[in-house]
Design a protein around this ligand. Sequence first.
Ligand code: DGL
Length: 267
Amino acid sequence: MPERAIGVFDSGVGGLTVFKEITRLLPAEELIYLGDTARVPYGTKSPPTVVRYALEAASFLTERGVKMLVVACNTASSFALLDLKERFSLPVIGVIEPGARRAAALTRNKRVGVIGTEGTVKSGAYTRAIHALNPDIEIFSAPCPLFVPLAEEGWADHEVAHLAAREYLAPLLEQRIDTLVLGCTHYPLLKKTLRSVLGEGVQLVDSAEETARVVSASLGEHGHFRSGLPGAHRFFVTDVPTRFERVGGAFIGTPLGGVEQVELDKS
Ligand code: DGL
């Protein structure tokens, strides 16, 4: 089992922020990444559609014998985590729970902001997860739909991103939040912009870093750590790879080569 790869999926390139943190923390692990680029975004789709997409993506990875599934997408984690855990008998790690735990630990004034896709915010998944840890924490959520295309366009630090961030975050700042959960895998790319709009008084919770820690803990728990040389990484997408290679390479800071296009089994 330790020799098997970790399967990671997202609707597109956003999950590479999680992928990057896992490889940084666990360099010996082999990883298989699937970006469902033909059907991105998940953030505007209905829950049953996201569940179906997530099950198909997970089947693709389990057919390749992965030892663990990492749902590197907040929208899919919000809607499909339970279905995935029911369907597959291997550890399934989502990004909501780790982010929620960190936010609950960090907040001092018990006023936490959560930003994410429309789907993630509507699902209330972060509110439930944070309240399960501490019901006294007040949560203020805001969807930030423009952040995903801005990150994909390579405009994370652009003036337009600053303008959008000021608009989206103003209501949260009015609520005097001291912690902000980046509840979408694309948002860590905008950290610099968000930091400059929020100032130093608000702590940012990056679900990618937290999720990598949970992945490591789960591997340890199951005795599934791979040791030895740096593990190989394989990338699959459901649409032509050109854009994924270009944008994804910029995301993780190294060129992405050999990305394969696949069709997901609809069974
Ligand atoms: N990766 C998705 C998430 O974390 C954002 C992109 C999408 O809407 O599919 O929710």
